[in-house]
Design a protein around this ligand. Sequence first.
Ligand code: FES
Length: 226
Amino acid sequence: MALQYTEKVIEHFTNPQNVGEIEGADAQATEGSPACGDMVTFSLKINPETHIIEDVKFRSYGCASNIATASMATTMAKGKTIEEVKELGHKLVAEALGGLPAVKMHCSVLAMHGLKSAIKQWEIERGLFEEENIVLNEKTVKKLLRSVIHPQTGENIVKMGLMKWVKIDGDKVFVEISMGDTDSMFADNIYEETVEALEKMKCCGQALVKVVSNSGKLLKDNGDVL
Ligand code: FES
């Protein structure tokens, strides 16, 4: 069945804004999605005094939804401060497009990761980025895993109640995810997104993830999970 795209999505896909690369950009970052293998690159010009994003461009190697979200994100980010843009969630940008099909929500997550990575890179280079003093516990892991989107429902795995348990042992994080027997085809995808999200946390030395079906069948793991 063909996906239903809003007029705004079609408009930004067929006529994307701010495509390209900024020559002499202050920051640039590329993010890839373990889910689909697509990539997006953002480059930025940022005023060092005001922190205002004076210019932003992107190149997407992703699908229509990724291109439309990246395009919309650039129009929303231009003229705003990096602090304001960091508060911009993928859902807000998708809403500005009139919504995205659920199976395409992860494409908007990829676009926003790309934009925010470029901002982070700029902050790191100027010594402005302070890794949040994250205490490794169930609460922080749950918060982080809200960025893992179920490819079919477009909702995050924590909200869907798929995260069964979290255990912390020193700098090791153990996570078990339980999936419905009918959507086990997404096990690899969710496993990879989860491991990648956990490994991005500086305080996480090792991410051990296990995905099981509702009936307890092991679908995917990276060994040694309790
Ligand atoms: Fe890969 Fe949309 S970005 S499917």
